[in-house]
Write a protein that binds this ligand. Sequence first.
Ligand SMILES: Nc1nc2c(ncn2[C@@H]2O[C@H](COP(=O)(O)OP(=O)(O)OP(=O)(O)O)[C@@H](O)[C@H]2O)c(=O)[nH]1
Length: 781
Amino acid sequence: MSRHQEVRNLDYKDVLDDYDGYSEEEDELSPEDRALMTQGTITVQTALGVEAAKVSVAQIEESLWHYYYDTDKVVEYLIKKFINPPQKTAKPAPNPSSKYTFLKRIHIASAAPRDFSHLFKDLPWGNIPKDRETIFIPPLLPRMGLLGGSGSPPKMSKLQQLAAARKKKAEERAAQQKLEQTRTKMTQLSVEEQDRQKENAPSDGPFGKRLKTSESTAEGRKPLTTAEPGRSEPSSQSTPTALENSQHAKAATADSPKPTPEKAQPSAFAQVLFGPPLASPKRKLQDVFPLTYTDLSPSVLEAFSRPSPDDVVYAAQAKAGKKTAVTQTKKKGASSLDAVASDVKGLKIEDAPLPKSRNLDVLSEFERSKSKKAASFVVVGHVDAGKSTMMGRLLLDLNVVDQRTVDKLRQEATKIGKSSFALAWVLDQRTEERARGVTIDIATNRFETDKTVFTILDAPGHRDFIPNMIAGASQADFAILVIDAGTGAFESGLKGQTREHSLLIRSMGVSRVIVAINKLDTVGWSQERFDEIKNQVSGFLSATGFQQKNITFVPVSGLHGDNLVRKSPDPTASWYTGPSLVEELENSEPSARALAKPLRMTISEVFRTPQSPISISGRIDAGSLQAGDPLLIQPSGEKAYLKSLQVDEEPVEWAVAGQNAVLHLTNIDQVHVRVGDIICDPAKPIECLDTFTLKALAFDFLMPMQVDVHRGRLHAAGRIESMTALLDKVTGAVVKKKPKIAKPATVARVVVKLNSKVPLEAGQRVVLRSGGETVAAGLLE
Ligand SMILES: Nc1nc2c(ncn2[C@@H]2O[C@H](COP(=O)(O)OP(=O)(O)OP(=O)(O)O)[C@@H](O)[C@H]2O)c(=O)[nH]1
């Protein structure tokens, strides 16, 4: 088949149908368009009146669509097209049956064009070299004119033509009247114009005109006697009065027998710019544009040499005998002002009274008190080892939370398909934690046994939240390391956060650890599995620096509560006869308290309470405090006062190291109090450092590198500036000076430089992280 035949045989209808892409659904108007369409139709029908019957609603709508709801144009178009069509017009009307063809056309035009190039491929003019080919950039939108738009104005009916002519005439007349009015007003306003007409003198240009408006004498410029024309009311009365006054004044001073015609006065601003007005209209150019800094005009020089109008008035009043009255009034006013001033002075805005300290001997009070021991423990372990569930269950079994609460949580958890996390939700209270099923930040809770008040610090297991875990570990006396005994879970945990958490808690100074081997229900309470895990964990904990006597193991099922508070009722678990987890906790002695040391408390949270707009919570690391104490907040260096405090949610008079306290502060702005800051005694403040030396245990390769320093809630960016020595792990003796690198598991002395000063001091433990990994932990020297 020849190319021509091919072209001839093409079914264009099919081709276009293929590429139409138009569907009835797309014919629908948006709600806004629909509203505009309805409104437009009503307007057009009203405008057409009885003639509206001659056009269908569809035609009106179609026209509205094409004219973008311009009802005037639509009316014009409809009159022209349907109501009063010109005889010869043969243009087809928009097809009312096809609604919004405009929209259709867009679709057709925007559809991908079919490639017909193969039809012409053997034509010589089809083989244009590439470099000579025209680059066709298609328009963004299809080019289409408006309906009926030929460019020429639409033809009008006789009626329309008449109406238009009448309208035009009326407009012209109105414009003419307006012009006349303005001209009259301008004539009334312009003094210059009158003068000019009187004198019949030619104008000297714009400046010349203005300069004629005031007189110069030998003594200099005369004071202005008339109001500035520009400021006078444009009333016919004001002008003659001004003229009279002016002429009267001039008659008294002018030498010329001829009365000088009144002229508009230049404004003060104009005089500053252009100098004094001259008698002669012919001014030299340099006078017209004097440079103010080379030739100060006399008006400027004289500006303050005469009494001001106010002074003149006062002088006149004084002459008229009112001076005393004015002075009296002034005096009266002054005396009442003085009285008010002295009253205001007398008013003293007292600051809120500072809280008073009872100056108790807190340490002896603590000795005498029969309060229970306070201990904090951090719960650590690999993600999903069951830490939160275990703590939730513990709180349920100890009646800290009731069954109803747990049932409610279970219902809520079931709704989002996480029913197994109901117990974990007792601690994981954030929406994000609940939605993701992971702990994100340290969750604290509290429970009491006969002897001890325990604070739980439930740490996140996920590696992304290690900094929060570090914050928890820094507040803990001891730790519960939770291990998932499930097949494969223990092994993967050992490679993951089980090992990292163990290293970190040890680095943060925690020396006692209870290993809860969890989820034993999933392995049928296999003693074998328990022993296997016990052996492996015991080995690496010893290697990490924990003493064997400080490590204990408890087989548990956190979900079912086995061996947490009560012994497991499961017969398959009968092989374990040791203490429960709570008993192990009670057996754990909290680490020694630095009671006699200067006060140090790291802020864990800042919040608002009924007692104070700035309340903070945290664990007292060292020293003691009591209500009324002045406190220093570092690094801000701002002083606050301790209004009142709470320990274990009870209001108390004092608190000591090891206790978790809530302090209600006063006399401080909130901007100076941030999480991670340190509260200390103003008399024995902690220093703020930006460089320190650290005895660091390397978890990874160490070298001069960027690091983040973590101490509790404090995170500071910095870098390892230099490495001064490699140390012996046991003796601490220098093994190598100025090493280039420190391998994992070695101890190095490194100098860290921070980007900003933070409160740090010798003896504190910090963790170094880099690129989201813990690279070292150590002790500040
Ligand atoms: N079978 C069984 N499942 C448990 C046990 N303890 C916890 N789980 C389940 O383990 C899953 C994870 O529990 P979580 O308490 O959220 O674990 P986690 O260690 O707190 O998790 P992160 O805090 O996010 O690291 C949940 O589905 C629990 O129901 C247990 O003793 N036995």
